[in-house]
Write a protein of this length. Structure first.
Length: 232
């Protein structure tokens, strides 16, 4: 999968250099100029990595970091800082940062760290995820409310991706890139996204789940919690 990265850097010239280097490596980059924009985009969209400069206007990188983590965002967050003081790094790490690079950064080192992260993301998964009354046991490939159903491998990966990004609009292309992009079969295309969304919808309905997947074929999908009224 190609990482989707949010880059928050208020120095325009640096932002352009970083963006060009990242896109040259095949990463998708959304560039913003302050911490508030990073938080706002992070609430609406799914990102694999946030790269946050610490010294930014409106909201600092540390403030954006704390707000993202308090909202439950579990994406990898890398901080860029011109300050080498130990206290600043400790503050960031305590607030949920995963890594640090000190300015002026080496693009070679940044790309190496992202490549390493990309490899780890391909194999890492949380074992248990819960949204509403629904629990996904990734290791057991089981989706449960009061009863449980078994899921196929791609169903598990798709359900996990939706649950990790609940409430966010995920495009068909984003989903395909995360779930199927590494498959070598040339007959597998983005049409598989709708097919597997349909499988999951059927299983959620059978479980009487209080979550559902919104969206239409070839468009965006979003996992949301719903309130089912009791039948009279």
């Amino acid at each position: 999968m190609a990482l989707k990265i949010l880059l928050a850097e208020d120095e325009i010239s640096l932002s352009r250099v970083y963006t060009a280097a990242l896109e040259h490596q095949g990463y998708e980059v959304v560039a913003v100029a302050n911490g508030q924009e990073a938080v706002d985009r992070g609430r609406k969209e799914a990102f694999d990595v946030f790269i946050l400069d610490i010294m930014m206007p409106v909201k600092t990188g540390l403030e954006a970091l704390a707000e993202l983590r308090s909202a439950g965002n579990t994406s990898h967050i890398l901080m860029l800082t011109a300050m080498s003081q130990l206290e600043d790094k400790i503050t960031g790490l305590d607030s949920g940062a995963d890594d640090y690079l000190t300015k002026p950064i080496s693009l070679k080192e940044l790309l190496a760290r992202l490549a390493s992260l990309e490899r780890r993301l391909g194999v890492f998964t949380e074992n248990i995820l819960t949204v509403g009354s629904v629990t996904l046991n990734v290791a057991q490939q089981e989706l449960a409310v009061t009863n449980a159903v078994r899921l196929a491998g791609k169903e598990v990966k798709l359900m996990e991706y939706l649950m990790l990004n609940k409430g966010k609009d995920l495009s068909t292309q984003e989903i395909f890139n995360h779930i199927w992009a590494k498959d070598a079969d040339p007959e597998i295309d983005e049409g598989y996204v709708y097919i597997y969304i349909s499988y999951l919808r059927q299983k959620l309905k059978a479980l009487h789940a209080d979550i559902e997947i919104l969206g239409d074929k070839d468009g965006e999908y979003r996992l949301v919690e719903v309130c089912h009224e009791d039948a009279d």
